[in-house]
Design a protein around this ligand. Structure first.
Ligand code: NAP
Length: 284
C-alpha cells in the first residue's frame, strides 16, 4: 500500500506557479483572482478562505466579493460583467452552490471564457471534450497529477469513474481518455457496480457518499483516487472510499483530507497563471 500525498504534490505545483508569477512580476505583470461568494454557506466560506490563502502563497492578488444571500441574479450578473472588463482581474471564480433563486448556468455563461479559471463555461467544457484546452478542469486535473505521481501509465489501463457530474465525473473521464485509458463512467443507475469497479486498474470515486467504496469493490493493486468530501456521523471530513478497509488491498490510495482537495486549489492557481499569461500575451 502506498499513500499518495496530495499536500506534497500540491506544494510542488504551487511552488512552480509561484516561481512563474515572480518572473512575471519582474516584468511588471501582476496576477489577480476575483472570488465571489453569495450567502453564508459555511463550507463555501472555508473554500473561499483556502483559495485566498493559496493566492497569497503563490503571490497573486485576490479580490473577494462577499454578497448577501438576497443578492439578485441581475446584481450578480452586473458584478461578473464588471469583473470581465477589469484589467486587474485575470480569473473569476463564483463559488458554488449559489442560492436557489439564482440560475447557476446563467452566471457561469456570463463569465468571460478567458477568465473562467474553473473551466465551467460551455466553451471551455467543449475545449476539454476535444482535448485542446487552456484551462484544466481543476479537480480532475488534480487527480491526473496524483495518478502521475504513482509513475503508473494511464495508457491502456482500465479506468472506472464513479459519478457523472459536470464538474468532476464527466471531465475526469475525458482526461483519462485523452491519456488513452479505457474508460467506464458509472452512476446511480449502473447495475452491479462492484463487478465494474473491481476490474479497474485506476478507480476514481466522485460520489459524495462517505465510505461508499469498500474493499470488495476494488482490484488488488489498483490506484484508488478519492474525490469525495463528506462529513461522517461525527462531523469529521471523510471521502467516498473506506480508507482503512481499502488501504492494504489498493496499490496506491489517496487519503481524505490531504489527497485530492489540496490539488484542486493548486490547479486553480495554475489556471489563473495561464489566464494571466494569455491576457498579457506571454504564453509558452
Ligand atoms: P454530484 O453532482 O452529487 O454527483 C454524484 C455522482 O455520484 C452522480 O453522478 C450520481 O449518479 C453518482 N452516484 C450517486 N449515488 C450512486 C450510487 N449508489 N452508485 C453509483 N453512483 C452514484 O457530486 P460531485 O459534485 O461530482 O461531487 C462528488 C463528491 O466529490 C462530493 O463528495 C464532493 O463534495 C466532492 N468534490 C470534491 C472536490 C475536491 O476538491 N476534492 C471537488 C468537487 C467535488 P447520478 O448521476 O445517476 O445521480
Amino acid at each position: 500500500m502506498n499513500i499518495i500525498d496530495g499536500k506534497k504534490v500540491s506544494a510542488r505545483v504551487k511552488a512552480e506557479v509561484k516561481a512563474e508569477a515572480e518572473s512575471l512580476k519582474a516584468k511588471g505583470i501582476s496576477i489577480g483572482l476575483a472570488v465571489v461568494i453569495v450567502g453564508d454557506n459555511p463550507a463555501s466560506r472555508v473554500y473561499v478562505n483556502n483559495k485566498k490563502k493559496a493566492c497569497a502563497e503563490v503571490g497573486f492578488d485576490s479580490f473577494e466579493y462577499a454578497l448577501p444571500a438576497e443578492t439578485t441574479q441581475d446584481e450578480l450578473l452586473a458584478l461578473v460583467d464588471k469583473l470581465n472588463s477589469d484589467a486587474k482581474v485575470d480569473g473569476i471564480l463564483v463559488q458554488l452552490p449559489l442560492p436557489s433563486h439564482i440560475d447557476k448556468n446563467a452566471v457561469i455563461n456570463a463569465i468571460s471564457p478567458e477568465k473562467d479559471v474553473d473551466a465551467f463555461h460551455p466553451q471551455n467544457v467543449g475545449h476539454i471534450m476535444i482535448g485542446d484546452y487552456a484551462f484544466l478542469p481543476c479537480t480532475p486535473a488534480g487527480v491526473m497529477e496524483l495518478i502521475a505521481e504513482t509513475g503508473i501509465e494511464v495508457s491502456g489501463k482500465k479506468c472506472v469513474v464513479i459519478g457523472r457530474s459536470n464538474i468532476v465525473g464527466k471531465p475526469m473521464a475525458m482526461l483519462l481518455l485523452h491519456k488513452n485509458g479505457t474508460v467506464t463512467i458509472t452512476h446511480s443507475r449502473t447495475r452491479d457496480l462492484p463487478s465494474v469497479t473491481s476490474e479497474a486498474d485506476i478507480l476514481v470515486a466522485a460520489v459524495g457518499k462517505a465510505g461508499f467504496v469498500t474493499a470488495d469493490m476494488i482490484k488488488p493493486g489498483a490506484v484508488v483516487i478519492d474525490v469525495g468530501m463528506n462529513r461522517n456521523a461525527e462531523g469529521k471530513l471523510c471521502g467516498d472510499v473506506d480508507f482503512e478497509g481499502c488501504k492494504e488491498k489498493a496499490g496506491y490510495i489517496t487519503p481524505v483530507p490531504g489527497g485530492v482537495g489540496p490539488m484542486t486549489i493548486a490547479m486553480l492557481m495554475r489556471n489563473t497563471l495561464t489566464a494571466a499569461k494569455m491576457h498579457n500575451g506571454c504564453q509558452d
